[in-house]
Design a protein around this ligand. Structure first.
Ligand code: NAI
Ligand code: MG
Length: 393
């Protein structure tokens, strides 16, 4: 069967790390056709759309996207860089990755945070005897990707109908003297369907990969309605998975416990913003942006991407010094998703060996300041890292 993957390099270092991952996939024995999808800043400037319709069509057809990273800029900066020929046509910049998630309802975001032995960026803590311990973290965050606080239903100076509707809530009394034009409002809307899908996906993953617990990380004691709904549904769904324990933590306490006992957590599940927060928290324990991978999965389409952005300050460095591991691990998630676990395991094992041996390390792993002189100080180039992983396949 011939399979086609849509490659979406995007901007800046997205182009670099994606290209490296294609070399690695090939050397690891993964066979596929690749078709390029335009996405990112260049297409905003030239066409007034960072996510052109032809790219959507490609994903509709081929279903699987491997994505680098894009550059986003605030509204005013975006308007300034738009081709002057388009400036009067009413184009408004919109982030293409958010656009993809919404267009294809990629509502299940998976962010595994797993430490590799020997990574100098791993979290270390004191033990009770005055020594050190390095807990090996293996947490997988399931973040609801389309609803909640990031759904975009928000206003500054809410229109009168919205204000009037809000006034029906008794708790609005404390805002009664605040003029609407001095008010900003971001909603947190979740649905039974959205909550059920993300929680089921979390339990299914725990079952498939042998995790012993699923933690709902919310704040139901305060966010009684939305977090309350997540927790209620989790208790319902958990009944179908008797060997997996359901735990619940509050987001704030979870951030505190992150450094206390991160190794006890398996799968975690949360609303959009909370999932964003805990996944960054866990990622910080296992190497940060150079290692943080993710998947955005919908019923039809799935897009795999490192969590980092386009890191414009490193875009033009030649040779490139950015760490391609996050992109490699995202490609592994793609392989898992399409049933190529064997190749994914082969790549992950090679990465583990390279990290543990420590002969070839990116500037971030060496805790160096990024820049042209990082290589002189012993940091490997992006390409050397790829070559070393390939050598260890
Ligand atoms: P960023 O993730 O691009 O970079 C932040 C810093 O993290 C970099 O300066 C660098 O020190 C480090 N870093 C990132 N990736 C690395 C890698 N592979 N290896 C080693 N170090 C790495 O985030 P920033 O600077 O906030 O945003 C830059 C641009 O990227 C913005 O336009 C932003 O909107 C966009 N962005 C895009 C994302 C996406 O495409 N999904 C996600 C986050 C930001
Ligand atoms: Mg984030």
């Amino acid at each position: 069967m011939s399979r086609t993957i849509v490659t979406l390099p995007g901007d800046g270092i997205g182009k670099i790390v994606l290209n490296e991952s294609l070399k690695l996939l090939k050397e690891a024995g993964f066979e596929a056709n690749y078709t390029h999808g335009d996405i990112g800043w260049e297409f905003w400037c030239k066409e007034g759309n960072a996510l052109p319709e032809r790219t959507i069509k490609l994903l509709e057809e081929h279903k699987i996207g491997l994505f680098g990273a894009i550059t986003s800029k605030p509204k005013d900066a975006a308007a300034k860089e738009l081709d002057p020929k388009l400036s009067e046509k009413g184009f408004v910049y919109f982030s293409p990755i958010v656009g993809l998630r919404q267009h294809f309802n990629l509502d299940v975001c998976i962010r595994p945070c797993k430490s590799f032995k020997g990574n100098p960026l791993n979290y270390i803590r004191h033990d009770a005897k005055g020594g050190f311990e390095e807990p090996l973290v293996d947490a997988v965050v399931f973040r609801q990707n389309t609803e909640g606080l990031y759904a975009g239903v928000e206003w500054t100076d809410p229109p009168k109908v919205v204000r009037d509707a809000l006034e029906t809530h008794p708790k609005m009394k404390k805002f009664k003297d605040v003029p609407s034009e001095e008010m900003a409002l971001s909603t947190r809307i979740v649905s039974v369907n959205g909550c059920t899908r993300i929680i089921k996906a979390a339990f299914e993953y725990a079952k498939k990969f042998g995790y012993k617990n699923v933690t709902v990380c919310e704040k139901p004691n305060v966010l009684r309605e939305t977090s309350g709904m997540m927790y209620r549904i989790a208790k319902e769904v958990a009944k179908d998975y008797p060997v997996i324990e359901l735990w619940d933590t509050n987001i704030d306490a979870q951030m505190m416990w992150l450094t206390k006992n991160p190794e006890v957590y398996g799968v975690l599940v949360a609303e959009n913003m909370f999932g964003d927060i805990i996944s960054d928290g866990f990622a910080g324990l296992v190497g940060g942006l150079g290692f943080a991978c993710s998947a955005n999965i919908g019923d039809e389409v799935a897009v795999f991407e490192p969590t980092h952005g386009s890191a414009p300050k490193y875009e033009k460095l030649n040779p490139s010094i950015v760490n391609p591991m996050a992109m490699f691990l995202s490609a592994c998630m793609m392989l898992d998703h399409i049933g190529e676990q064997n190749i994914a395991t082969k790549i992950r094992n090679a990465i583990a060996k390279v990290v543990e041996e420590g002969k070839v390390r990116s500037y971030d792993m060496m805790k160096l300041r990024g820049g042209a002189d990082a290589v002189n100080k012993g940091a490997a180039t992006t390409q050397q890292i790829t070559d070393e992983v390939i050598k260890n396949l």
